[in-house]
Each structure stands twice: as C-alpha cells, then as structure tokens.
Design a protein around this ligand. Structure first.
Ligand code: GLP
Length: 247
C-alpha cells in the first residue's frame, strides 16, 4: 500500500483519471473489457467529472468498461435522489458512452428473503466478468470502505449491513434529517474489495485526516475496515494536503 499527498484535489484526480484512462485504452487495444469497481459520496465527484471531460474532450470511450458499484442503501428505489443508482447515473453514466447492460449496482429494493441470493449473484457476476481490475474507494469517518462499518473483517463478502450512527449523521443533511437515513445497506465486503487487482482510495479535507492516519498507520483491524488495505499489493491513497495532514 502506498499514498501520495497532492497540493490540490484537482491535481490528484487528474492523475488518477489518467491512470484509469490508460487502463481502459490499453484494454481497448487488446479488444478486451475492463472491470471497474466504483464508489459514491462526495470524494469521487471530481474524479468522475474528469472522466466525463476525457470522454467529451479527448474521445475516451467507455464501451469496453463494465462497472460494479460498492454499495446501495437498502430500501431506496433507483429513482430516489439519494439512491446510489441515481447518483451514479447523474454524476457519471448519463454523460459517457458506457453500455447500460455493463452497469451493476446492488439492488436497494430486493425482497428481504432474496437478499442472500442477490448478494451471492453479485459476487458471482464480478468473478464471471474476470474480477475487479481497479476499485475506486472513498473512506467514511468510521473507517468504512463501501459500507463496511466497524466489525467488518477481511472475510466479509457482499451482504446486508446495519449502518453506524456516525455514518447516518454524516448522511443526514442529504436526507433532510437523521431519521430519514436508511438504517441498512447492501455492500461489497472487505474480501470483495481486497480481491481487486488495484485499489485507489480518495480522501479530501481535514475531516478525513484522522481516519486516514488510522487506516494507514494504525493496527490492521476490523474496527477500521480500510486498515486491511495495508495488506493489499497494489493499493494507493490519493490525498490532498488537509487529508494527509496527520500522517
Ligand atoms: C458513504 C459511502 C462510501 C463513501 C463514504 C464517504 O457513506 N458508502 O462509499 O466512501 O461514505 O463519503 P464522502 O466521500 O461523501 O465523504
């Protein structure tokens, strides 16, 4: 695992988007697909904006890209403005040429009794596509990656999880109050993420400085799911100066 502290978020996302574009183009040259794991939240917004710019201004095509999102709130239909399906479409998919059938997110509306089968099918589909070539991540203040809250160890796979109160507090403004934030989500597990060939995590701002330091320099523990990335052979943190200020 490595990290790099950039002067600005803009510089960091430009470098990361260039890396992803190069991966997409090299696979295109071989006539192959590339499988990206994607994340939601504020952290990847600038990165997605840069991918859209590369598509519109530099001809980067996403026709050979298959995506799997990390997670989805349980109980939210796709058309809910806070669903991750809605987020991904408005902030990325609607602006690039990715085929709709290549887009995968966990369902927020799968029936309770079908959740286990749905999660297994998600894992199976990732494998059938050849595994995640590159997983994009943010980090929550609980140390979560995806929605792997404290207690999620490195054997966890895609499953339903209960959201931590701190995570719900951070999401409350978007939902117009804590009580409106879903209490459950479906998320890839730590093991699913660790299986990705490359992992790229973005964190910006002072609010993330303490958890970034814990994840990078603290013990490897289920209390901080991101700490498992210390064992990943090709994981890199992209940080701005504020997020890297406690390292
Ligand atoms: C959310 C998501 C995570 C995200 C994190 C941080 O709850 N499930 O995938 O990385 O919290 O969000 P943000 O980037 O808005 O700080």
């Amino acid at each position: 695992m490595t990290y790099e502290v950039f002067a600005t978020q803009q510089e960091a996302v430009k470098q990361l988007a260039a890396e992803v574009a190069e991966l997409i183009r090299s696979r295109q040259a071989e006539g192959k697909n590339v499988v990206l794991g994607l994340a939601t939240g504020a952290s990847p917004l600038g990165f997605y904006a840069e991918l859209i710019r590369l598509h519109k201004e530099e001809g980067l095509s996403f026709k050979n890209v298959t995506t799997f999102n990390l997670d989805e709130y349980y109980g939210l239909p796709r058309e809910h403005v806070e669903s991750y399906w809605y987020f991904m479409h408005t902030n990325l998919f609607n602006h690039i040429d990715i085929p709709a059938e290549n887009i995968n997110l966990p369902s927020g509306t799968v029936a309770e009794e079908d959740i286990a089968a749905h999660c297994q099918a998600y894992e199976d589909k990732i494998k059938a596509c050849g595994g995640l070539d590159l997983q994009i991540l943010g980090i929550g203040r609980t140390g979560h990656i995806g929605f792997n809250e404290p207690g999620s160890d490195d054997t966890t796979r895609t499953r339903q999880v209960h959201l931590d109160d701190l995570t719900k507090t951070d999401a409350a403004p978007a939902f117009g109050g804590f009580e409106n934030v879903p209490s459950y989500a479906i998320t890839m597990g730590v093991a699913t993420i660790m299986d990705a060939k490359k992992v790229r995590l973005m964190a910006w701002g002072e609010k993330k400085a303490s958890i970034v330091n814990k994840a990078i320099n603290g013990p490897i523990t289920a209390d901080v799911a991101a700490s498992y990335l210390q064992k990943h052979p090709d994981a890199k943190y992209f940080l701005d100066a504020a997020a890297g200020s406690e390292l």
